[in-house]
Design a protein around this ligand. Structure first.
Ligand code: AMP
Length: 268
């Protein structure tokens, strides 16, 4: 169970922090008629998440963020258990970035059906991340649809860092005729090129230094086979390095931490 000390203290500037569906609906009713931008997250927020928030606050009258570490999209219990949770810091950052409503639901409230009802996609979700993380995209699509139904945003913001996720969310919105504009946001990186990710904080100092080799090699002019060979030689485990959807995409791990990234392919 999460603890959030700053909840219920009533000292928020403008942000409504709500932890159940009734409170969320009340917060949205107060803002009826306004354009809503939505950013679903799993928390431990960094400048990548905040860039999505900034874009939403620029493009909408109301910005809603959710923080929910969704158990159904984790195929490894240890990844779920050790997923970093820093709610107090997250609340502070979102307040500073002019977010209007923060939704921090409990698992039981989002899964009254115990996950008997699931949304799945049959092609894209089976490859790459789907192959290495079975069930991940069913969990992701199901929770995003539930959150869309609750928040009813006009626009929703997703990072290109999770490129396959972005494609699947767009596909879902088209297939189910959801009246939501999905906006793709570029990947924010650390100075050494590593894509910002909540999981980066789980890298040991030496792994964190080495991790920068991943984006460096992924966007190099080396062949896919050579990129893979170099990564292996430097002690990475490599799940895949491929070219697809006009991008070069890769997934590797260092120790227990899995990293994904992608770059657009340059026109030839
Ligand atoms: P997460 O909390 O990892 O589920 O991410 C929430 C949203 O932030 C997703 O749409 C991610 O693609 C996006 N995101 C995560 N990392 C980055 C980044 N480095 N740059 C831009 N967007 C990101």
């Amino acid at each position: 169970m999460l603890t959030f000390n700053r909840l219920n203290q009533g000292n928020f500037h403008n942000m409504n922090t709500v932890s159940n569906i009734g409170e969320l609906r009340a917060a949205l009713t107060k803002r009826q008629g306004k354009s809503i931008g939505f950013i679903p997250t799993m928390g431990h927020l960094h400048a990548g998440h905040l860039s999505l928030c900034e874009r939403s606050t620029n493009e909408n009258e109301v910005t809603v963020v959710s923080i929910f570490v969704n158990p159904t999209q984790f195929n490894q219990t240890s990844d779920f258990e050790f997923y970093p949770r820093t709610l107090d810091d997250d609340i502070h950052l979102l307040e500073k970035h002019n977010v209007d409503v923060l939704f921090i639901p409990e698992t039981s409230s989002l899964y009254p059906d115990d996950y008997q009802i699931q949304l799945s996609e049959t092609i894209i979700s089976k490859e790459l991340e789907g192959e290495f993380r079975p069930g991940h995209f069913n969990g992701m699509l199901t929770i995003v649809l539930k959150l869309f139904n609750l928040v009813k945003p006009h626009r929703a913001y997703f990072g290109e860092k999770d490129y396959q996720q972005l494609l699947l969310v767009k596909k879902m919105v088209d297939a189910l005729f959801l009246p939501i504009d999905i906006r793709a946001c570029t990947t924010k990186r650390a100075l050494d090129g590593l894509a910002l990710s909540s999981r980066n904080s789980r890298l040991k100092p030496d792994e964190r230094i080495k991790a920068a080799l991943f984006p460096e090699l992924l966007q190099s002019e080396l062949s896919l086979a050579d990129i893979k060979a170099q990564l292996l030689a430097h002690g990475f485990n490599v799940d895949y390095i491929v070219e697809q959807w006009g991008r070069r995409l890769g997934a590797v791990s260092l120790g227990h931490v899995r990293l994904i990234d992608n770059f657009p392919l340059l026109p030839t």
